[in-house]
Write a protein that binds this ligand. Structure first.
Ligand code: PRX
Length: 647
């Protein structure tokens, strides 16, 4: 923990929506009278039918139920598009910056409405109805946002799959969600590389159990000749040209699902996190407004991918609900070179930049170069998300990207929370590098010990949330029991985050990372169980154990211990093959960084792998292995250490 304090600037105290006094009073109000607070805030959305009840949520064991604004009706697309297209049709809704720096375009709210309406009509004509699931597997282009909004318009539940996921991962999600349609493109561009999206979809749909998919709408980006499945595949451009530009929006109940987003947990396959229409949208909009102090005319850039929750809440739904101008960036911060972020900021006069520590660390490794050839003088506020930001990276981001002028909003939250939960506010919160600081309105965090006792004062503990908030996930798609089991069984009557945290004397929170078997690699969330099950499917692998270890750029790297099947000859070639296997099976983001073959894993006498020991060995911390006396064969530990030291 660093002792530095960066006080709020006088200018921001004056100009922002909330100074410290206002934060404290709004926060208190949100806790003392949640119904009054959220009922009032909900006025920032347009409701086609007003709600009479604000909150109906309980964390009661065996009976978890979360509902907000349950008898109200609204449409998320109308809120994000129509009302702004009516009020400010010529205002730019989306600035798109291509992977290729010479490519960009601007889309006004009026144009956005037209594109979304046409697409929504195409989907309806192809038989997609309210409640049907639609998979979106797109590059970072405006059409990705159109797709999400078009689904919302007709009440279809979208599930966006990150463009880096493999055919197998797509198939898993199709099977779990029983999706009726897939929206995709022939290719995507990223860092100068072509990604064959359509080919991946074709391969995914070869798998048994994927025949719920009736249609695949393909945006022809490159115009290349992919194999075409007649009767199933449709050309985006052709269909949209034929479709009407007017499309009536479906009236949705506030509790109708808006989307499913698959995310990794500590066990099993990725689960479908379900978010609601009313509560989610309100929470995304309100957090976007306060956390980034979004003012009319600001140019706002969240450099995430729409395949993740950050892209959902802070590229698409939050900013567009607020009528903002949101920048969609197709590329990566290091292409064509590490000056790109600064150049994009200058080119579009970006005022608010939201990115991830892993990107910051990758740039920081290049010293001053990323800040060359740009002034970044338009920036007012910076944001960070996805993993703990180490003070060194915080300072670099603050000094080099922000010219020491911009406060950093270190936002802690999760796919499950829908929006930011613990965060500074620009005009209210004195910053401490590495701390996510204080809870957002309506959020009551607490720290518990392993036995569930509430810890007071400056202390380390497991982070739970005491009461529901509107952006909270509602269930796991098709498996409400798993929802209860995962989030509400560790500590009764609390939502358990899976994170550990420390609270300091000022009541600031410092997130220390996951306390379960979830890895955070370059801000991407991966389950160790998921990677292990992919590994053991390889014929040369009898057993696998996956742990995280500290990695300078990625935050955490993936360390893999493998037990070979009998008679397998261990070669470098085989190790390479195994790495490639995981890439093909899940995604390149899941590729092991280090692979250690071994003839034994540390197990208890009852056969449980002691991951605590494997984590220590992977981190080169041999002195702190803890108690090894319960191991069935303690000698495997020495063998593992010898092997690790020789790497
Ligand atoms: O461990 C926390 C970490 O990312 C996890 C959630 O990952 P995901 O659902 O993929 O969502 C990422 C984007 C919201 C959390 O359980 N995490 C996220 N933000 C922070 C963080 N850890 C520390 N500081 C943060 N600001």
């Amino acid at each position: 923990m660093s002792d530095d304090i960066f006080p709020v600037s006088e200018a921001l105290k004056q100009s922002s929506y909330a100074d410290n006094q206002r934060y404290l009073s709004l926060y208190q109000q949100s806790i003392d009278d949640p119904d009054g607070f959220w009922g009032e805030q909900a006025k920032r959305l347009s409701w086609s039918k007003p709600f009479s009840k604000v909150r109906n949520a309980r964390f009661t064991p065996g009976d978890i139920s979360i509902k907000w604004f349950e008898d109200g009706e609204l449409n998320a697309c109308v809120n994000c598009v129509d009302r702004h297209a009516k009020a400010t049709p010529d205002k730019v809704a989306i600035i798109w910056e291509g992977d290729d720096p010479t490519q960009d375009k601007k889309i006004t709210y009026a144009e956005l409405l037209e594109q979304v309406s046409r697409l929504a009509n195409v989907m309806r004509e192809q038989g997609v109805q309210k409640g049907d699931r639609v998979i979106i597997y797109m590059p970072m282009i405006p059409e990705a946002a159109y797709s999400m909004l078009a689904c919302a318009r007709i009440g279809a539940v979208h599930s966006v799959i990150f463009g880096g996921f493999s055919p197998n991962a797509i198939a898993d999600r199709v099977i779990d969600s029983k999706a009726k349609m897939i929206l995709t493109a022939d290719v995507g561009h990223r860092g100068g590389n072509l990604i064959q999206l359509k080919q991946n979809v074709d391969k995914a749909l070869e798998r048994d159990g994927t025949d719920s998919v009736e249609k695949v709408l393909v945006l022809k980006e490159a115009g290349n000749d992919n194999p075409w499945s007649k009767g199933r595949d449709l050309c985006w451009q052709d269909e949209l040209a034929k479709a009407s530009a007017e499309c009536a929006a479906e009236a949705m109940n506030a509790e109708d699902p808006l989307f499913i987003l698959y995310t990794s947990g500590s066990t099993g396959t990725p689960k479908g996190v379900v978010h609601s229409t009313g509560g989610y949208l309100l929470y995304a909009a309100l957090t976007h407004h306060y956390v980034f102090d979004y003012h009319e005319g600001d140019i706002y850039w969240c450099a995430a991918d729409v395949g993740w929750i950050t892209g959902h809440s802070y590229i698409v739904y939050g900013p567009l609900a607020n009528g903002a101008t949101t920048l969609i960036f197709e590329g990566v911060p290091t292409y064509p070179d590490v000056r790109r972020i600064g150049q994009v900021v200058d080119k579009h006069q970006v005022n608010i930049l939201y990115t991830a520590p892993t990107a910051i660390r990758a740039l920081m490794a290049k010293g001053d170069l990323p800040a060359q050839d740009s002034t970044r003088s338009s920036l007012r506020i910076l944001g960070s998300v996805g993993e703990p930001i180490n003070p060194e990276a915080w300072h670099w981001y603050h000094d080099k990207i922000g010219n020491k002028q911009c406060p950093i909003m270190d936002t802690w939250w999760q796919t499950e929370t829908g929006g930011v939960m613990i965060t500074p506010l620009p005009g209210a919160t004195d910053l401490k590098p590495g701390s996510a600081t204080r809870p957002f309105f309506g959020i009551q965090p607490a720290l518990l010990d392993a036995d569930g006792n509430t810890l007071e004062g400056a202390v380390d503990g497991n982070l739970v949330i005491c009461q529901s908030w509107p952006g909270q996930m509602r269930t796991v798609w098709g498996d409400h029991e798993r929802f209860e089991q995962t989030y509400f069984s560790t500590y009764k009557n609390y939502y358990f985050t899976g994170d550990g945290a420390r609270r300091d004397d000022d009541g600031y929170f410092w997130i220390t990372g996951r306390v379960d078997d979830v890895l955070n690699v370059s801000g991407h969330r991966l389950g160790t169980a998921e990677i292990e099950s992919s590994l053991v499917a390889h014929p040369a692998v009898a057993e696998a154990a996956v742990v995280g270890y500290p990695h300078d750029i990625k935050g955490q790297g993936i360390y893999v211990y493998l037990l070979p099947t009998d008679g397998t000859e261990i070669t470098e070639e085989l190790t390479k093959q195994v790495r490639q296997w995981v890439k093909d099976d899940i995604s390149p983001i899941a590729a092991p960084d280090l692979i250690q073959w071994t003839h034994g894993l540390p197990k208890t006498r009852s056969g449980k792998i002691m991951r605590r020991i494997l984590r220590k060995i992977a981190a080169n911390e041999y002195e702190q292995l803890g108690d090894t006396s319960t191991l069935a064969d303690p000698s495997v530990v020495d063998a593992l250490i010898d092997n690790r030291k020789n790497r």
